[in-house]
Write a protein that binds this ligand. Structure first.
Ligand code: F6R
Length: 626
């Protein structure tokens, strides 16, 4: 939700900020803005535009090239917005400047008590232009700034002590172009440093920083960073005590941040999946010298006793990660015979859940920043559970808050619709279930070896599914007219049906529902007519024949069937309008293959409808507000 950048140094800030905003645009794209300052400037220059960062870029380029630039503008902050308070408009776009013109600020998060603060500020003569909670924050900082002798860090501290809510902010002051202040609570913020303190970069994540530096500081909750050119960064806590600073090396592949010849990030990320899950398994599934497989998960080694004691596992997640959790439940229950519940993090955190001392809570999150998932694990920790994170975002809040965990290592996922993170999460859940089952003794050695072997074969089987991209593209044109879709699957394919429906909704704006196939008769069948496309996940497993019966029920009502089948299947072909084949594999590994046609179908339908696949309306990649 919202992307933030900041820069101070010896270069022109505008191009660095704009580039950074492009890289963070997946976090929000309903308006964007930057504020600039240089030594000798007598005002903070602010540029804003509604819509995409490209609109802002055009405006900034035009303004800066037409102005005879006397001073270079080497300090700046920028923002790309996903609206929470106030409609998307230039007035509501960030940066916001205080009434005095002394302070500018960008903000990601929500100020929950903004109404009360606004009333107090209005009674002190402050006037507001926008409908945002953020403008309240900049005026509040200004209020303290004017009263404390213009000490910016102190004013930020005083203001944040009055604020209830979540924030990541970067603040600049007109009177000092060598100075930025950054702070966070429950919204991520990363600071990048040059070797000699001549340049500093700030970002909502490390993506816009890595081109310039690999040395970063991940700001912790309720910390304020004082960033001065030529000086070491100082970090204080909200109670004004000084905080320890840990500088980390960030390891991010810059090529992952470009489309690499694909028309969209989403398509690139769909095609990256074989390679990504090889990375997920690398060094974790190992073939020993005796030719037998072994699974090595350091997270398991460190907390083995606690994990083996667990009789109850709760998985918390949102969206696509929640669907991966549903597959995790089946894997763990099948292999380990441990009871698993899968909870929407947003519900779990507010409903007084029963958590016992030996329970394990698994949090699944691509970004590692989802506010509800983070709050859910904080609650679980307070109640004594062991928190196990399955996360992609290295160094993210959920990764840091977890007691232990496993990174999925699929690289940055930029497309707003999650694809490779899902298969990475399911791969980790499979390895975890296998390793646990092996340690507990609920799986035979033969089953363990066969499943490990089959898992290592999945990347090449994924390649075979991807070869059918053209087939899916061709058949997708038949479905662009549809207003509703049904996705049906059973067992391990039921969460895939949910995921297929979510992908289609997100990027093609077609209403879609996923159901367990047998539930169709209890309601959804009423929707079936000759216009209704129904996607069946009909791969070979013990309920295959029952799925065929469900398909016949649809066929006799003239529904249009698109099916995902196991290679060589002839029976389903006879009753389907279109089929896509996936190679044969073990039932528990099928989702890793059957989800790919779901992703491709959603992608091609959206492209055929002329929609912006990577930035669907109203969505943001990382949901850091509840
Ligand atoms: C769907 C999608 C979202 C996310 C959800 C959780 O394509 O991207 O549903 O899965 O917002 O996000 P993370 O996994 O980052 O916690």
């Amino acid at each position: 939700m919202c992307g933030i950048v900041g820069y101070i140094g010896n270069k022109e800030a505008a191009p660095i900020l704009i580039k950074g905003l492009h890289q963070l645009e997946y976090r929000g794209y309903d308006s964007a803005g930057i504020a600039l300052l240089g030594s000798g400037c007598n005002e903070i220059k602010v540029f804003k535009a509604k819509g995409k960062v490209a609109n802002l870029e055009e405006k900034v380029d035009a303004a800066l090239s037409s102005e005879s630039q006397q001073t270079s503008l080497t300090t700046g902050i920028g923002h790309t917005r996903w609206a929470t308070h106030g409609e998307p408009s230039e007035t509501n776009a960030h940066p916001h400047v205080s009434m005095s013109g002394d302070i500018a600020l960008v903000h990601n998060g929500i100020i929950e008590n903004y109404k009360l603060l606004k009333e107090q500020l209005e009674s002190n003569g402050y006037e507001f232009k926008s409908h945002t909670d953020t403008e309240v924050l900049v005026q509040l900082i200004d209020y303290y700034y004017q009263r404390n002798g213009k000490q910016l860090v102190k004013a930020v501290n005083q203001a944040l002590n009055k604020v209830i809510g979540a924030y990541a902010i970067v603040v600049m002051e007109k009177s000092n172009s060598n100075h930025l202040v950054a702070a966070r609570k429950a919204s991520p913020l990363v600071i990048g440093l040059s070797n000699d303190n001549t340049e500093f970069f700030v970002g909502s994540d490390a993506t816009p920083l890595v081109e310039y530096t690999r040395k970063v500081i991940y700001l912790e909750d309720e910390q304020i960073a004082d960033i001065y050119i030529g000086k070491d960064i100082e970090i204080t806590n909200l109670d004004e005590t000084s905080a320890d600073i840990t500088i980390k090396d960030v390891d991010l592949d810059i090529s992952a941040l470009s489309k690499g010849g694909y028309p969209h990030f989403m398509l690139k990320e769909i095609f990256e999946q074989p390679h990504c899950i090889e990375n997920t398994m690398r060094g974790r599934i190992i073939m020993r010298e005796d030719g037998l497989y072994e699974i090595k998960l350091s997270a398991l080694t460190n907390f083995k006793a606690k994990l083996l004691r667990a009789r109850h596992i709760i998985i918390v997640a949102c969206g696509t990660s929640w669907h991966a959790g549903l597959i995790g439940k089946q894997l763990i229950e099948d292999m380990c015979r441990i009871r698993v519940e899968v909870e929407y993090a947003s519900e779990f955190r507010y409903r007084n859940p029963v958590i016992e001392k030996d329970d394990v809570v698994i949090a699944i999150s691509q970004s590692g920043e989802t506010a509800d998932t983070l709050a859910a694990i904080q609650l679980a920790k307070q109640q004594g559970a062991l928190v196990f994170g399955i996360v992609n975002g290295v160094g993210s809040s959920i990764a840091r808050e977890s007691d232990t965990g496993i990174y999925i290592h699929v690289g940055p996922e930029i497309g707003v619709a999650s694809t490779k993170a899902f298969t990475g999460q399911v791969t980790v859940l499979t390895m975890l279930s296998l390793a646990l089952a092996n340690a507990i003794g609920t799986i035979s050695e033969e089953e363990f070896q066969t499943t490990c072997h089959e898992l290592t074969q999945i990347p090449q089987k994924m390649e075979k599914v991807l070869e059918q991209n053209d087939t899916v593209e061709n058949l997708s044109s038949m479905f662009t007219y549809a207003r509703n879709f049904l996705y049906l699957g059973r067992g391990y394919n039921y969460p895939v049906a949910l995921e297929g429906a979510l992908k289609l909704k997100e990027i093609s704006y077609i209403h879609a529902e996923g159901y367990p196939a047998a539930e169709m008769k209890h309601g959804p069948i009423a929707l079936v007519d000759e216009e209704m496309p129904i996607v069946f996940l009909a791969t070979h497993h013990q309920l295959y024949h029952k799925i065929i019966s469900n398909m016949q029920e649809v066929q006799s009502r003239n529904g249009r069937i698109f099916a995902v089948v196991t290679e060589g299947d002839e029976d389903v072909k006879k009753i389907s309008e279109q089929v896509v084949e996936v190679p044969n594999t073990l039932n528990c590994l099928v989702p890793l293959l059957s989800v790919i046609p779901m992703q491709m179908l959603a992608y091609h339908v959206a492209v055929k409808k002329g929609l912006n696949v990577d930035m669907p309306r109203n969505l943001a990649k990382s949901v850091t507000v509840e």
